[in-house]
Structure formats: structure tokens, C-alpha cells
Design a protein around this ligand. Structure first.
Ligand code: PHE
Length: 361
């Protein structure tokens, strides 16, 4: 080993040994290599042991001085070893720290920004516009009783008009022993809301006093056995009801025209009230709109069913049809959303494909 190095000639053999060991240690690139180098100098067959063995041939005096010198040499080599060990450990730590270094100036991992579903946006718009016209917003159950979905709305049991809605039934019966259904429209909310309102004001009504008007919209999910590009088994409706002592079809026209023009942000939007039939309104009308410009310009598009609430239904509200009168409408927020954004397949709204939905953020 020492052949690799050139030592100063004024060094004695022990100094040279220390220098050789230090050089060897310094050349060890890893802790394992360092331990090997250590064995060469301090191990059982190492250079220092060899020197100690040589003591046997010396006189007692010589042994004493030489022995002390060798011991010192051993200590110097051990010190060089310890220094190199520490240097290697520090270098290793530094490498590790560098590898694990954290760049605190890097931008954080941002979460994707969420957004409202396009139909929810429409719902919020509807609520805001009707809210500005003094309508409150009501919410009700999606699993309904037969009476609420049909009978109270003047749809007698076994009447063929019930087949206008291909209803989903729930495997559970109500108190009257009739199957519960997934509401096929939001119209049961007319009944629920009006009955609660009438009950709240029962005392005034009994005294012959006047009840505050009912002015409400009820948006929500509805269900029918129906599925194609413009029908989904789950879809949305928004019911509207305005009942007072002097509310007429004219008010329906004004309110709904105002709503559509605000919703589509078009003052020259045309509306058409086309005679139709619903068991719970008389007279009844489908409401069609036509845009004054754009790709659908001039085409009549149906957006809602409506009509003056049928006297029997007003009675089912718990009110006197001789005194309380008004109108109701039911519109399709999904349809409104398709028209507003130019979407041609309703199913896109419910497939949950982010590539589609993200466009509305
Ligand atoms: N409920 C009717 C439907 O689903 C719409 C409607 C509501 C019509 C209120 C008149 C009045 O088709």
C-alpha cells in the first residue's frame, strides 16, 4: 500500500505508517471501504499488530520506548479513522438532505375548481327571477302518495288521464293502502304548499278575513318511465302557483312572459299559450316560446304546461273556489338549460362526464 504514496524522508517509520493510514482512510469512498482500510492497519493481522509483535525481539528498555511510540501511533491512526468516519457520515447526510430537499417556492398542487351543474344553475336562475317577483321557494318529497300525485289534482282513480304519466311505483303503501310513487311531476307541491298555507291561515279564513296570497315555486326532481334524447327517467320540473282573490290568466301571461324574457335575456322573445288539457287546470295551456334570433329563430318550442287551477283542486287545497282563484304552471328546467346553452341531448346532463360538465364552469 505505502508503495502508492511517496513520503517525506525525514519521517520515521511510525510517522509514515500514520500518513499511510490517513491516506488510505481518505481514499475510502464509503463506510464499508473505510472498515476494510481499518482492518489493514488496526486489525488482527494489521500493520500496527505486526509492529507490536516485533517488540518481542527488543530489550526491556527498547520495548518500553518503542511500545509507547507504537501505542501513540495506534492512537493517531484511530483518531484519523474517527475523523474519516465522521466526514463520511456527514457527506452521506448531506446527500440524503439534498435528495429530500423541499422546494418551498414550488406552486402548490391545486384542487380542480368545482362548479355548479348546468341544471343547478338554471334552478338558481329560476329561483332568483321568480324571487324578484315575490315568489317563495318550496321543497317537498320525491316519494309521494297516490292522493298527492293524482287524486288531489283531480285525476280520479282509474281515469284514463292517469296514463299521461308512466309512473314509477315504490314497493310500499301509504295509509290509504295505495302504492307510493316517485312523483311524476312537481304538481303535488301545489297541494302540499297550499294546504299548509290554508291551515296556517285557517283562523283568518274562518273569521271571513282575507288570507295572504299564495305565491310559490317548487323546483325539484321528478320521475317517469321514459328514456330518449329528450327524456330521462329522472328529470327536473319547477312548479309555480299563484292563488289569491283576484288572480287571473292575464297574470299568468304577464308573469311567465317576464320570466322567459329574463331567463333567456331576450326582450323580443315571443310566447304562445296553446290550448291544452290537464285534469288540474281549466282552462289549460301549453306555453311555447320562439327566439327572435339564433339557430332556433322562429321555431315554437314547448317549455311549460299551465292553466287556471281547477275548482276541485282549489277545494282540495282546503280553500273555497268561489273566493280563491289563480293559476299554476309546471316547466322543465332541463329543457330550459338545453335551450339556453344549445345542448341537444338531455342525457349529457346526467352521464356525469366531466368533459361535458366542465364547459359550464
Ligand atoms: N304537471 C304538468 C306536467 O307534468 C304540468 C302542469 C303544471 C300543467 C301545472 C299545468 C299546471 O305535465
Amino acid at each position: 500500500m505505502d508503495g502508492l504514496f511517496c513520503f517525506r524522508t525525514d519521517m520515521n517509520d511510525l510517522d509514515q505508517l500514520v500518513a499511510a493510514a490517513s491516506a488510505d482512510f481518505a481514499a475510502a469512498p464509503t463506510p464499508a471501504a473505510l472498515e476494510n482500510a481499518k482492518a489493514r492497519f488496526l486489525g488482527k493481522a494489521g500493520r500496527v499488530t505486526e509492529l507490536l509483535k516485533g517488540l518481542g525481539a527488543l530489550s526491556a528498555d527498547q520495548k518500553k520506548t518503542r511500545g509507547a511510540e507504537i501505542n501513540q501511533t495506534k492512537q493517531r491512526i484511530e483518531a484519523a479513522l474517527a475523523a474519516r468516519r465522521q466526514a463520511l457520515a456527514e457527506a452521506e447526510l448531506e446527500v440524503q438532505l439534498k435528495a429530500e430537499a423541499l422546494d418551498v417556492t414550488l406552486p402548490g398542487r391545486a384542487r380542480g375548481l368545482g362548479g355548479l351543474h348546468p341544471v343547478s344553475r338554471t334552478m338558481e336562475r329560476i329561483e332568483a327571477i321568480f324571487g324578484s317577483m315575490g315568489f317563495e321557494v318550496a321543497d317537498g318529497p320525491e316519494i309521494e302518495t297516490d292522493w298527492m300525485s293524482f287524486t288531489a289534482l283531480n285525476n280520479p282513480e282509474n281515469h284514463p288521464a292517469r296514463s299521461m304519466q308512466d309512473t314509477f311505483y315504490v314497493d310500499m303503501k301509504d295509509e290509504a293502502g295505495r302504492w307510493l310513487n316517485l312523483r311524476p311531476h312537481t304538481s303535488p307541491m301545489q297541494v302540499r304548499h297550499a294546504r299548509a298555507h290554508a291551515e296556517r291561515h285557517a283562523a283568518e279564513l274562518a273569521r271571513g278575513g282575507s288570507m295572504p296570497e299564495i305565491r310559490v315555486i317548487a323546483p325539484g326532481r321528478t320521475y317517469r318511465v321514459d328514456s330518449d334524447a329528450t327524456h330521462s327517467p329522472m328529470f327536473h320540473q319547477c312548479e309555480g302557483l299563484w292563488i289569491g282573490e283576484n288572480v287571473s290568466f292575464k297574470d299568468l301571461k304577464v308573469v311567465f312572459t317576464e320570466f322567459c324574457r329574463k331567463f333567456f335575456e331576450s326582450e323580443d322573445l315571443q310566447l304562445r299559450f296553446r290550448p291544452s288539457y290537464f285534469p288540474f287546470t281549466e282552462p289549460s295551456a301549453e306555453i311555447d316560446i320562439a327566439f327572435a334570433s339564433g339557430p332556433l329563430k322562429g321555431q315554437w318550442l314547448e317549455v311549460a304546461g299551465s292553466g287556471q287551477v281547477h275548482p276541485q283542486v282549489v277545494r282540495n287545497f282546503g280553500l273555497d273556489p268561489e273566493r280563491h282563484i289563480g293559476f299554476a304552471f309546471g316547466m322543465g328546467p332541463d329543457r330550459l338549460t338545453m335551450l339556453r346553452y344549445g345542448v341537444n341531448d338531455l342525457r349529457l346532463f346526467f352521464d356525469g362526464d366531466l368533459r361535458f360538465l366542465q364547459q359550464f364552469r
